[in-house]
Design a protein around this ligand. Sequence first.
Ligand code: G3H
Ligand code: ZN
Length: 284
Amino acid sequence: MALVTVAELARAAAEGGYAVGAFNLNNMEILQAVIAAAEEERSPVILQASQGGLKYAGIDYIVAMARVAAESASVPVALNLDHGTSFAQAMQCIRQGFSAVMVDGSKLPFEENIALVKRVADVAHAVGVSVEAELGKIGGTEDDIIVAEREATMTDPQEAAEFVKRAQPDLLAVAIGTAHGVYRGEPRLDFERLTSIKNKVDIPLVLHGASGVPDEAIRKACQIGISKINIDTELRVAFSGAVRKTLKDNPGEIDPRKIIGPAREAMQQVVREKMRLFGCSGKA
Ligand code: G3H
Ligand code: ZN
């Protein structure tokens, strides 16, 4: 089937009390791992490309790969721009065929974040593309986006309500204690804050920086009302770990298929486990 919007998948998840997994796409093996896992788990799935992913693979390749995957898959697939930061880039992605865009104005002052998201949402909604926004700053590093921990601030529930009303995104990414990349200590999520945001905001909420968050915390976040969960770092760890092992076990190996093939299988297992954890398995 054709690509579906992230909003469509996230609204169903919000009603069903589970979260849909969103996985970062940088090459064909990652795509195949994610789609194979989704088919095996009978799960809807979100593919997403960050600015770094688009730079690495090229926007045409990302869209073409995602389209082929969606058309041949028997489960619903969405393609989202992850952490887009400009109006122009969101427009480019919409024009190229993305079914959803995230416009991350979290580094901007409140009013400027609202203005940017509203501007993108007005166009995106006119052509059937959904929009994710972010309020508060999620710590860590996501490709080119770096937020120093001390600068990271959590989402204010009252501001979130005003933000959603005025900017009109379809989904809101919240800062409740997660961070992008590998955690140094155990992440502590602010569930009270999440509950309060959920009570004030009536659109699906998104959890970024979910790699390395303990399973119990993820379950609780889903119960309270997280409907989309982003995973990137754990795919990187699975990929690089498998490649390292293959080359260590077979130092003379030169066939890319034999080097990257096991990495694809390792990522597929990670995605399957996440889908079970998020509760989206069996929901397609
Ligand atoms: O936008 C992507 C994610 O928030 C990924 O976070 O790298 O910690 O899994 P992660
Ligand atoms: Zn993120």
